[in-house]
Design a protein around this ligand. Structure first.
Ligand code: URA
Length: 434
């Protein structure tokens, strides 16, 4: 088999066989297929798509490209969640402790930022001392002990996705349904989750712009999960504007801390409760989503979810005093973007805000770029709010004086202010169970 012929086959819109898909993944992981050929293939997939069978095969080939974790906790169903990627999405930091505090173990493998979206691992790295890379043995020991652990894709877990994820990020091939589905599901399958809750985003800041595309992605992943004997549920949530009010690593951890203490923004809490409720249902702690929600709300009110977060930070070497005292280092240059007229905020374009945050230093422009953990954007107003001319809409944090002004100008284009009030749309549009 020759890679160039397989690229040509996909480029011409033909279907790759299971053997061809396995040959590609094996060759890429071993290094006999170079990045430039893989880039050409991912671009061909981007344009020509994949059948359900090809996507399922790609998922399994990726999941089996390295070690696979076998998780079993006597009498407990271990669950996992994953987001298809958004701006300001810090739900893992909130949902993980919430669910673990209710007695359902959560062991999660997370990624770094991708394109204009953030990644949980980068966010956790902004906690002083926090170890994001764990040995498999420690990862498992910690879930058994405290019910929660989060690790980067270390060692030999899904090496195919580790390489592909970074490559797609810099070759404009992230927003392809088969590539997103196989990337997410291969990680969930290799990390051994029995129950999987997916947050599939749609809207300007998501990789799937329309609700229709997000539904196809959600159904593709639910089908893959269920065919492999994992209970899988997907929610479809809106990403036209960032989730919550903070975008950028340290800023988002700070917002997660406030949320766990009961002071989270409404949209962020709504998505977090929805995800956590389904995790409790799959984890057999509640029969219905509504019953689960009551249990979760009580755990947050009683401070148990917050205590679980501190326990988790401590277990992974993080400085709990710094977290409890909210001592996060924010970037030194601050700039405010003001409203140019009176009116209601109709939208704050999540994609533009994500790109602005990346330019301020909060995300990576290339595979090798480093990140400024203290950089980011605070949304002082959200869609639906009334704003007066001259009031602050965004606050920017950066260490890059050259970019600050340019980004502030670009941010002005992200917000639409109109005279009419905004009609309310639910943030969670649908739940896909089958
Ligand atoms: N999250 C992933 O893990 N992979 C993708 O491709 C997109 C979002």
């Amino acid at each position: 088999m020759r890679m160039v012929e397989l690229i040509q086959k996909k480029r011409n819109g033909l279907v790759l066989s299971p053997e061809e898909i396995r040959f590609i993944i094996r060759g890429y992981v071993q290094g006999s297929i170079p990045d430039y050929q893989m880039s050409a293939l991912t671009m061909a997939i981007y344009y020509k798509g994949m059948t359900a069978e090809e996507t399922a095969e790609l998922t399994m080939a990726m999941a089996q490209s390295g070690d696979q974790v076998e998780l079993s906790f006597p009498g407990k169903t271990f669950v996992d969640k994953h987001s298809s990627g958004g701006v300001g999405d810090k739900t893992t930091l909130i949902v993980g402790p919430m669910v673990a505090a209710c007695g359902v173990p959560v062991a999660k493998m997370s990624g770094r930022g991708l394109g204009h979206t953030g990644g949980t691992i980068d966010k956790l790295s902004s906690i002083p001392g926090f170890q994001v890379e764990m040995k498999q043995k420690d990862f498992l020991e910690q879930v058994n002990r405290i019910g929660l652990s989060v690790t980067a894709q270390t060692g030999n877990l899904v090496p195919a996705d580790k390489k592909l994820y970074a490559l797609r990020d810099v070759t404009a091939t992230v927003d392809s349904i088969p590539l997103i589905a196989s990337s997410i599901m291969s990680k969930k399958i290799a990390s051994g989750a029995r129950g999987i809750v997916l947050d599939v985003k749609y809207g300007s800041g998501a990789f799937t712009g329309s609700l229709k595309e997000a539904k196809i992605l959600a159904k593709t992943m639910v089908r893959i999960g269920r065919n492999l004997g994992r209970e899988t549920v997907a929610i479809l949530s809106n990403m036209d504007q960032p989730l919550g009010k903070a975008v950028g690593n340290s800023l988002e951890v700070l917002e997660a801390v406030n949320s766990l203490q009961g002071n989270g923004p409404a949209d962020l809490m709504e998505v977090s409760y929805e995800l956590a409720s389904w995790m409790l249902v799959l984890g057999k702690k509640a029969k219905t989503r509504d019953e689960a929600r009551k249990i979760l709300e009580e755990n947050v009110e009683k401070g148990r979810a917050w205590q679980k977060f501190l326990e988790f930070v401590e277990a992974q070497g993080g400085n709990t005093a710094a977290v409890a005292n909210k001592q996060f280092t924010l970037a030194p240059i601050r700039l405010e973007v003001k409203a140019e007229k009176n009116g209601f905020i109709h939208n704050q374009d999540a994609r533009v805000i994500g790109i602005c945050a990346m330019n301020l230093g909060a995300g990576r422009e290339t595979k090798e770029s480093s990140i400024d953990l203290g950089a980011g954007i605070c949304l002082e107003k959200k869609s639906g709010d009334y704003v007066r001319k001259g009031e602050t809409v965004f606050e920017l944090y950066t260490s890059n004086a050259e970019k600050a002004g340019l980004v502030a100008d670009l941010l002005k284009t992200a917000v639409r202010i109109k005279d009419q009030p905004v009609s309310h749309k639910p943030i969670v549009a649908q739940v896909i169970l089958k």
